[in-house]
Design a protein around this ligand. Structure first.
Ligand code: PXP
Length: 256
């Protein structure tokens, strides 16, 4: 129905590469994980080529582009080096993220307000190459409004703070973060942006957020790769899809 468009699942295979790199060889192979995830129902594959190459390597990105049959979402910092690699790789999408060498993971959203002048030509060049640009930002009104002005067609809302609060049982913080997400996705949609979400999601939080009609894609990695150790990547992908469908079914029930 019109109120609940299909929701896509993008699986992030970075941490298959983390495990591989622990021994420096070729196994486990993130491309094999990507192919298995697609076989089990993933709608796309996400990989983050970090400046320090701590997990995904340049060759992984090239192989993903060559070997997978679903869209590749290339996460990267807005640097000249990454732009050059993205333009050569020609992924379906680029998701621009902030990056600090010392962080364990992408800790906050991209500051598109502060970096507006540098980002405008950077995004334009990717747009001109036919690559769909997504901006990974927090659900903040000014960031969302600026993202719309930057002519990136997509934003991905950073769900990390909300997910952490849910998992840690910080009810008030979780509720406040959730309200921020709900308001943010509504604003983004009304500004004409396509809205994705990701970071820290598990089955429960993916189910909850899939009930927001504005969100048409979730990108999920760390939790799923951890679960895959116990039940396999295919079963994990199926279970995540099922969780997301439960969220969409709740939305349909609410809006019927
Ligand atoms: N989306 C973006 C933009 C990210 O940077 C990440 C982490 O690499 C994810 C989604 C996936 O987050 P997680 O691995 O916590 O599921």
């Amino acid at each position: 129905m019109a109120n609940s468009p299909a929701i896509r699942l993008g699986i992030n295979v970075d941490h298959v590469a983390t495990l591989r790199n622990a021994r420096g060889g070729d196994r486990p192979d993130p491309v094999r994980a990507a192919l298995a995830a697609i076989e089990a129902g993933a709608d796309g594959i996400t990989a983050h080529l970090r400046e320090d190459r701590r997990h995904i390597r340049d060759a992984d990105m090239a192989r993903l582009k060559a070997e997978i049959s679903k869209p590749l979402n290339f996460e990267m910092a807005a640097t000249a080096e990454m732009q050059r690699i993205a333009l050569a790789t020609k992924p379906h999408a680029v998701c621009l993220v902030p990056e600090r060498r010392e962080e364990l993971t992408t800790e906050g959203g991209l500051d598109v307000v502060g970096q507006h002048n540098a980002l405008a030509p950077f995004i334009a060049k990717l747009n001109d190459a036919g690559i769909r640009v997504s901006l990974f930002i927090s659900a903040d009104e000014r960031q969302i409004e600026t993202a719309a002005k930057l002519r990136a067609p997509v934003i991905e809302i950073h769900t990390g703070a909300w997910c952490d609060a849910v998992v840690d049982g910080h009810r008030e913080k979780a509720d406040a973060e959730w309200r921020r997400i709900v308001a943010g996705v509504a604003l983004a949609k009304s500004a004409g942006l396509e809205v994705h979400a990701g970071h820290g999601l598990d089955y429960a939080t993916a189910e909850t957020i899939a009930a927001l009609p504005e969100i048409v894609e979730l990108n999920i990695g760390y939790f799923m790769i951890g679960e895959a150790l116990f039940v396999g990547i295919a079963e994990t992908a199926r279970a995540m899809r099922a969780a997301m469908e439960r969220g969409r079914a709740a939305l349909r029930a609410r809006t019927a």
